[in-house]
Design a protein around this ligand. Sequence first.
Ligand code: C6P
Length: 420
Amino acid sequence: MKAAAEMYAPATSRRSFDVERVRADFPILNQTVNGKPLIYLDNAATSQKPAKVIEALRRYYREENSNIHRGVHFLSQKATGEYEGARKKLCSFINARSTGEIIYVRGATEAINLVAHSFVQEQIKPGEEIVISEMEHHSNIVPWQIVCEKTGAKLKVVPINDKGEIILEEYEKMLTPKVKFVSIVYISNSLGTVNPVKQMIEMAHEQDIPVLIDGAQAVSHARVDVQDLDCDFFVFSGHKMFGPTGIGVLYGKQEHLEKMPPYQGGGDMIKSVTFEKTIYNELPYKFEAGTPNIAGAIGLGYAVDYLNDINLDDVYIYEQDLLAYATEAVKKVDGLRIIGTARHKTAVVSFMLEDVHPHDIGTIIDSEGVAIRTGHHCTQPVMQRFGVPATARASFALYNTRDEVDALVQSINKAKKVFQ
Ligand code: C6P
């Protein structure tokens, strides 16, 4: 079985990564905040958008706006072509088998709810179990609690160790015949841990248990291949991968999607309607009721182009270096404790500074132009696990630099002085 590091290790970088050129693609970075150059380190919450994506949205609304799949007129055909073209790009981006396996949704949250409602809730019986981990985002906890409330199923939680890694022995023990579904995060948004999901999927499949992978924090940091992972479902949000908000993807194996009932009813998800009987549309349209986020999907297609041009293998190598640099730099701040020290991490540094509340750190840091997130990051059980009310979280993306890390450290030191 492969370890997470092997799964993530790309072939050697094909060319050098020019971060200044990358930064020039993101107009928002070129501004001052509170009189200081903006240093945006809140990428796990949402990433910034390259000019290519912004321009695609602008062009769509200025020149192409029209409803899709409904008109024979020029604009409708054009919008439909772009919308479906983006689906093709997404299909090859994650290496799905066909575009029928790519369902447009609002984001990772909606995708998980769709699977909970139309796949798990449909089949699970009282006393049967759903397995998640202790490091899940609320989006990968609450939908399962709702399913359990409605069906009498039970939620089982795999514990994590003090580094913030899933305890695989506990996971293995939990995979009993009672378990009917596993839903696990690929990369933790509050700890940065990269989970060995390929191995975890294999372990679940040995017991015939289907697996959903929450890839919300994965797709902008490393290459994802759903066929290689062999996951049953994979979800992600466009806005965390340099695309627009309000658009995301549910990937599902066709064999599952075919059997699942629609999540919502309405226009476009039907082949024919009479009062006696409605025939549902084929995949993926069966799950896309109503006028969708057309501009969002098109913009997301341009975000995929952007990532393909830039090469995610190079991004991975660059960000690993930046994470190592940032980890060493913040560790030098007296009294700072990093929460989440897994062996395999991506670009997140969550920390506590003595007994200063993270919100206070965030406010001081903001006055220096540095944007981080403070709070529980929608992972309250992680905060409980580490015995903290909240953390300060710096999360990096492909446009961040070592100089920005230095500025972060300076501003943390400033916050420290204020509160001493
Ligand atoms: N995490 C963060 O600041 P949506 O809101 O549907 O786009 O994504 C939800 C979600 C699901 N899974 C993981 C691992 C996530 O990180 C998120 C969103 C943001 O960390 C906002 S809370």
